[in-house]
Design a protein around this ligand. Sequence first.
Ligand code: NAD
Length: 489
Amino acid sequence: MEALRNTLAGIDARADTPFFIGGDWQAGSGGPMLEVVAPHSEEVLMRYPEATREDVDRAVAAARRAFDEGPWPRMEPAERGAALKRVATLLRDRMPELAEAWTGQVGAVIGFTRKASGQVPGLFDFYGDMAADYAFVEHRTRSSGGKVRVVGEPVGVCAAITPWNAPLVLLCYKVAAALAAGCTIVAKPSPETPVDSHILAECIAAAGLPEGVFNMVPGGREIGDHLVRHPGIDKVSFTGSTGAGKAIAGACAERLARVSLELGGKSAAIVMDDADLGAVLPSLVPYSMPITGQVCFSLTRVLVPRARQDEVMDAYVEAVRRVRVGDPFDDGVQMGPLSLSRQRDRVEGYVARGRAEGARLVTGGGRPAEHNRGFFFEPTVFADVTPDMTIAREEIFGPVVSFIAYDTESDMVAKANATDYGLHGAVYSADPERAYAVARQVRTGSLTINGMVVDIEMPFGGFKQSGLGREGGIEGLENYLETKTIYFA
Ligand code: NAD
């Protein structure tokens, strides 16, 4: 934890000025003190004051000025792109801190965060290049002969509101794309995980982005609500739970503020009758419970042909029982704790509900005896789950997987779609084109055939109640553009 200790010491050294507003570290206006807790040890890593409404107002005013009067939206996109690439370089220099901040605050294992933190500079490089290459102005001709320019203009001042499970990656999906588009930003990270957004703000300042382009005010739900309803905000870009997403969409509707939503999931791993188990397990085991199951696209429902249910489940359960649960900073540990004490309560509630509704608990289901500190929970598998059960329908956000048997191919597709969510999914078959035909019938924003891929360079987002809009890829940039049509009469 040495890199994280250094980061925390740096943040502590400017404890009187915890918010990044208008290009400066600024004092707060007396919000209540919050704690950042390491979930594996329950150690308090940091104390800081929550942003108040007044702090949010100052951040919005700074972002507003930067958008209405500052150079950022007016400069050549390639120039913005070069600035984003400078941010990427600075972030890359701090990779050990990014990985440790993620592991320390969330409990995601260090082997994973070392790799996955690469997405943070990766997003700034990707959207930095795209700013230079994207056709912001398209020349068209009317059939009657008149010339037209169709212009992609930045949508304005954006609120970026993010959850705690992958704090900086999820924030940077928004920040890198919105900045490439020419927007300015007020980021409200989750109150439980502010550390890495300090690193981001430091890198943005060091890269010389104009003042007010990026502002950062961590706080909870009430502060988020104030930000969402702020008349100075043109667009809200939200990642979090479906319940909060609905509340935010409702608030935005009142003034037709633009909104995009990345919400919960209940993704299915569809094992077809011809699938080779050896090809299924290497992706199914890690991606059914990544970050202790606290990832929106986790494959939490495993759909298996009834005739192969025992074979698939036995192999999966054997692999899950071998997963090493422990201190997420130990190399070789494969699963850390749940991130929050209240998250463990939530998971325990769902496990009790599963049992009460008649699902068969095959493994796990409780707190591991060997850990008396930290919010640990055993990898848990239920069998004989039917689509009407709560554990098959609701997002648990923990290491709990449900096996659901199907009889025919149409039953398989119907069960895959028997959820209000539609985020991701996997289809396993010996014949990739057969799997593709199934993928086309599943109502989700993305799927992987014979594995698990989510790539920042490709669009990601939800059908149904998993969200609205897309992040990643070109679509992620276009999320932050308004279309303007200029006719030459
Ligand atoms: P949450 O919805 O409770 O909170 C997310 C963020 O929104 C936090 O910063 C919180 O302070 C803020 N917030 C909550 N209610 C708000 C409101 N009414 N107005 C404004 N801000 C509000 O979610 P969480 O528990 O932090 O995160 C877990 C959820 O996030 C899961 O449902 C998960 O699936 C989802 N998630 C989705 C994606 C995706 O890309 N689709 C990625 C990661 C997590």
